[in-house]
Design a protein around this ligand. Structure first.
Ligand code: SF4
Ligand code: ZN
Ligand code: ZN
Length: 308
């Protein structure tokens, strides 16, 4: 297999794009495509300050690397969740993230959840009786709250996450199975900010997971291979496997599922005024935006952990 650009030996063959590239041209192609998606979906302008949520995994570290290479002002935010018992997942992911930032001279903000709030995420889930053994819903509330807090307090224009096509297609599949119109409407490469809620963007949403793994590997990025131990056996992993089976027999099916959805969404198929989301209220405790009047879900959750 030969590189389409230079005719040299290809190291990556993307059947879904009918494109094979050598290492050098693959490492050019990924940032160039990312720049194209940032522009196409109007994610952010060159002068805007970007906060990248980094977990130590291949997607978020690659995203930070790409934005840095493209010349954007991109700083990182690492959230230490305290998922360490027996596995050391948080400690290792933090070490790799700090090492990545130090090697490139990048600014990294670290919020250590147990240190800041006195509880790690698994304990918080147990104390609030949420999640039935899996702390993911508690974790999601905590992560959203902290990402928005840091973006707002530190004056960032936009919050970027490393969701790839496999992540987006799995979420889309779940929401389509349930025909959850609300969730379908909220799935997009860009969610505009409003009422104190940061704009959220997903610059990698059109890259296959294996494309990002190849990018991280070929760029020499050291990342944590293990997924969070609580993701094992999750529905989203099951949906990813199903979509991979489909992709194996029909290369490009995953990308087309996602892109056709974006087109349908753009054409108003879901029939809701996407550009005018309902106004948000302000949480009286933390000042963050919230969907309903009164305390936000994060503050309500934290209240339950307080001893009377
Ligand atoms: Fe949090 Fe881990 Fe669940 Fe992801 S899998 S939401 S990191 S607890
Ligand atoms: Zn080449
Ligand atoms: Zn609050």
């Amino acid at each position: 297999m030969k590189c389409r650009t230079c005719g040299g030996k290809a190291v990556v063959n993307m059947r879904q794009h009918k494109l094979a590239l050598c290492k050098e041209h693959y490492l050019d192609w990924v940032p160039a495509q990312t720049a194209r998606f940032i522009k196409k979906y109007r994610m952010f302008a060159p002068q805007e300050r970007v906060l990248v949520a980094v977990s130590g995994g291949k997607d978020s570290l690659s995203l930070w690397d790409i934005l840095h290479r493209l010349g954007y002002q991109a700083d990182g935010l690492y959230l230490g969740l305290g998922i360490d018992e027996g596995v050391g997942y948080s400690a290792e992911s933090r070490r790799l993230t700090e090492q990545f930032a130090a090697q490139r001279g990048l600014t990294l903000h670290v919020v250590d959840f147990p240190q800041t709030y006195g509880q790690n995420i698994p304990n918080l889930a147990a104390l609030t009786h949420r999640g039935q053994g899996r702390p993911c819903s508690v974790c999601g509330v905590a992560k959203r709250h902290e990402m928005n807090r840091i973006a707002r307090d530190m004056g960032y224009d936009v919050l970027a996450t490393g969701h790839n096509l496999d992540d987006e297609a799995a979420v889309l599949f779940a929401n389509t199975l349930a025909w959850s119109q609300d969730y379908l409407l909220r799935q997009a490469p860009v969610l505009p900010g409003h009422d104190g809620l940061a704009r959220k963007v997903k610059p990698l949403c059109r890259f296959y997971e294996k494309e990002m793994a190849a990018y991280a590997l070929l760029s020499g990025i050291e990342y944590i291979y293990e997924e969070c131990p609580f993701s094992v056996g999750s529905t989203s992993i099951y949906y990813k496997e199903l979509l991979n089976q489909l992709e194996n027999t029909r290369p490009g099916a995953k990308l087309s599922f996602y892109l056709r959805f974006l087109e349908a969404r753009e054409s108003g198929m879901f029939n809701l005024p996407e550009d005018s989301p309902p106004p948000l209220f302000r949480c009286p405790t933390c000042g963050q935006p919230t969907q309903y009047e009164g305390k936000c879900s994060f503050c309500r959750m934290m209240e339950k952990t307080e001893t009377p």
